[in-house]
Design a protein around this ligand. Structure first.
Ligand code: CA2
Length: 145
């Protein structure tokens, strides 16, 4: 089983600013945490981070028939990107949307998510643990297929 973990714009800056919202751990810490969880479950994970909407669309398209599921934190594109939503619809892979912060408790513009129209589950406000929950959810779902 292979799961693709996509992180959107500015998430490569984790741990550098806004620790009160996103915590003190870095993007590298996040990848290591997910990798070690995936190893313990015997599943393969691929990581992709980009600050560019079209590149994220390209990566989602490249996942078609190559991965079993997608975990995505589209970051700011969550609230604006019909293109990312359409790419996820096109590839028809089980998808979980993750947000480190509790977006529903923040500014009104963060309470709109285009990706949630396609996501089978949306996890918010659990910090990095949200990604682990997303992997576990996808694993269970894919194994039941
Ligand atoms: O809570 C989340 O995971 C978000 O997807 C993070 C996005 C934000 O635009 C969404 O509304 C919610 C922002 C990620 C930016 O991360 C930073 C990291 C360090 C310093 C500044 C921003």
């Amino acid at each position: 089983m292979k799961i693709l973990v996509i992180n959107g714009p500015n998430l490569n800056m984790l741990g550098i600013r806004e620790p009160d919202i996103y915590g003190k751990s870095t993007y590298k810490d996040l990848i290591e945490m997910i990798q070690s969880h995936a190893d313990s479950k015997g599943i393969e994970v691929e990581f992709y981070q980009s600050n560019h909407e079209g590149d994220i669309v390209d990566r989602i398209q490249a996942a078609y028939e190559n991965v079993d599921g997608i975990v995505i934190n589209p970051a700011a594109y969550t609230h604006t990107s019909v293109a990312i939503l359409d790419a996820l619809k096109a590839v028809q892979l089980p998808t979980v949307e993750v947000h480190i912060s509790a977006v529903e408790e923040r500014e009104p513009f963060r309470q709109v998510s285009y990706v949630s129209y396609i996501a089978e589950k949306t996890i918010t406000g659990k910090g990095f643990d949200g990604y682990i929950e997303a992997i576990d959810f996808l694993c269970e779902k894919i194994q039941k297929k």
